[in-house]
Design a protein around this ligand. Sequence first.
Ligand code: HEM
Length: 178
Amino acid sequence: MKQDNDRRRIKTDDRGSVFLHLANSDMPASERAPERLLKEAQVLLAGGTATTSHTLGEDLREELRKPMADWPSHIPTLVELEKLPLLTAIIKESLRLAYGVMHRLPRVSPDTPIQYGKYTIPSRVPVGMSTYFMHTDPDVFSQPFEFKPERWLGSITPKMLRNYVPFARGSRNCLGQE
Ligand code: HEM
């Protein structure tokens, strides 16, 4: 009975999870204890991240070899670094997923109504869009929650550029972005 209660404690959606199966398995209770599951999570996390980051790191090291060849007598300029496709892609993808502000950034037109498609927004009504929704729109960024720098190395669509706003846009955009 106690075992049944233990097994009912963990619930997930229909997709299930490694932990659901471990916790509901016939393994001895000690094997399903939180400490054991915690260690399993660490292994899974390291297995999925350390490997890919290592490969990516090696590619980046290779790309940086030439511009960094004369370090420290020549420190690469920003213009030189901006020409490196992988470095640029990694920074862009990092900012796509790790934007600073998640909530909407409201703007107000003080005295002129705004025409947005068929909608007329009266003056003094705040309007805003959240970077979160723009950066994770699956129609624009496939597998939006995956860190995939290569999406910036292939064909960059106009929608990707339109939806990419880590520093906001317009007259009140980030002064620090350059
Ligand atoms: C990765 C780093 C950064 C990110 C993601 C970021 C993002 C943003 C965003 C989204 C806004 C717009 C806020 C709004 O619309 O209300 C903003 C505004 C601003 N940021 Fe940044 N920022 C970054 C770094 C910096 C740095 C390093 C500085 C200064 C050296 C800076 C200075 C400012 C200032 C002064 C504004 C206000 C501009 C205005 O209201 O006219 N930011 N930033």
